[in-house]
Design a protein around this ligand. Structure first.
Ligand code: PMP
Length: 303
């Protein structure tokens, strides 16, 4: 991840990044008991706008609810979230697009393995919007690490501790010379990447694992499903076999930090013609435009 810009929201104010520190004995540090999101902010001169901010906030509320971090919903609402994001971005005055990472930390000291009712602190910081995967055709490898199932640590809760699973898979993929990993579930079905959702195209139909396949309910995944349906592309959410990726016409991934990025190789097999496919590339363009201007869906919030 890129370096945070100098001013950071921490606790209830904006401080220098060096002053935004959590104690070593907090449950956030000790058990990974934090919930987060990363949302994009587009910068066009003096105009700054966030994409699907309400959905990011809502997913944080839902993640906290699943984990039992109940004080976040008591103490925060969407208006407060928008006003902090606005103040923070203004304080850093970025000249190019940025990402904002917002986290709710359980910051009680030595709370033990208990979470309900614990004190939480929110942090938010800005960093350069650099994609985490190649944008011109990436090579993926199936991970030997399985995706954590919903009945162990639910993927739909974006909880920091669960990202140990992602780090294990991504590190192995990088070590083996690939760009990212594909997670399978315990039955060998395709879930997602370490930090992105996956799509394939077969015979003109867009296919993606459904939300009960141990995936994060990605906001850009939802966006692509909407845009594709509006463009008349047949869309199916269902269980996906790994071997379907091997014979797909196109494969691509979506995520705030991944963008809409084509996949040209899976487990040493060339995807389609070995170049980014037409449906994925058309949706990539539609998505890039929607990030900045979207009168139809109300996805863009001026900051
Ligand atoms: N899956 C995982 C595991 C992720 O970490 C992310 C990134 N947040 C995604 C999918 C994509 O989600 P979104 O489109 O909301 O960024």
């Amino acid at each position: 991840m890129a370096t945070p810009h100098p001013r950071v929201y921490f606790g209830d104010r904006i401080v220098d990044v060096a002053d935004a520190t959590l104690g070593v004995a907090t449950s956030s540090v000790l058990y990974g008991l934090s919930v987060y999101t990363v949302f994009p902010v587009q910068v066009d001169g003096t105009r700054r706008s966030a994409f699907r901010l309400r959905d990011h906030f809502q997913r944080m509320v839902e993640s906290c609810k699943i984990i039992g971090m109940d004080r976040f919903a008591d103490e925060w609402d969407y208006d407060r979230f928008v006003s902090v994001a606005t103040e923070l971005v203004a304080a850093n005055a970025p000249t190019e697009d940025v990402f904002v990472r917002a986290t709710v930390h359980v910051d009680e000291s030595i709370a033990g393995t208990r979470v309900r009712g614990c004190h939480t602190t929110v942090s938010m910081f800005v960093y350069d919007a650099v994609p985490i995967v190649p944008q011109d055709g990436m090579r993926l490898k199936t991970s030997t690490w399985r995706r954590i199932p919903d009945d162990a640590i639910p993927s739909r809760a974006k909880v920091n501790g669960a990202y140990v699973n992602s780090v294990l898979a991504k590190q192995d993929a990088i070590d083996a010379g690939y760009d990212d990993a594909i997670f399978l579930d315990g039955n060998g079905h395709v879930c997602e990447l370490s930090a992105a959702n996956i799509f394939l195209v077969r015979g003109g139909t867009l296919i993606t694992p459904d939300v009960s396949c141990d995936i994060l309910d990605g906001i850009n995944r939802r966006t692509l499903l909407t845009l594709a349906a509006e463009d008349g592309i047949p869309v199916v959410e269902r269980t996906v076999d790994l071997t379907e990726l091997y014979i797909a016409d196109e494969v691509f991934v979506t995520g705030t930090s991944a963008g809409v990025a084509p996949v040209t190789e899976v487990d040493g097999r060339v995807v389609g013609d070995g170049i980014p496919g037409p449906i994925g590339q058309a949706l990539r363009k539609r998505h890039a435009a929607a990030l900045r201007t979207d009168e139809l869906h109300g996805w863009v919030t001026e900051l």
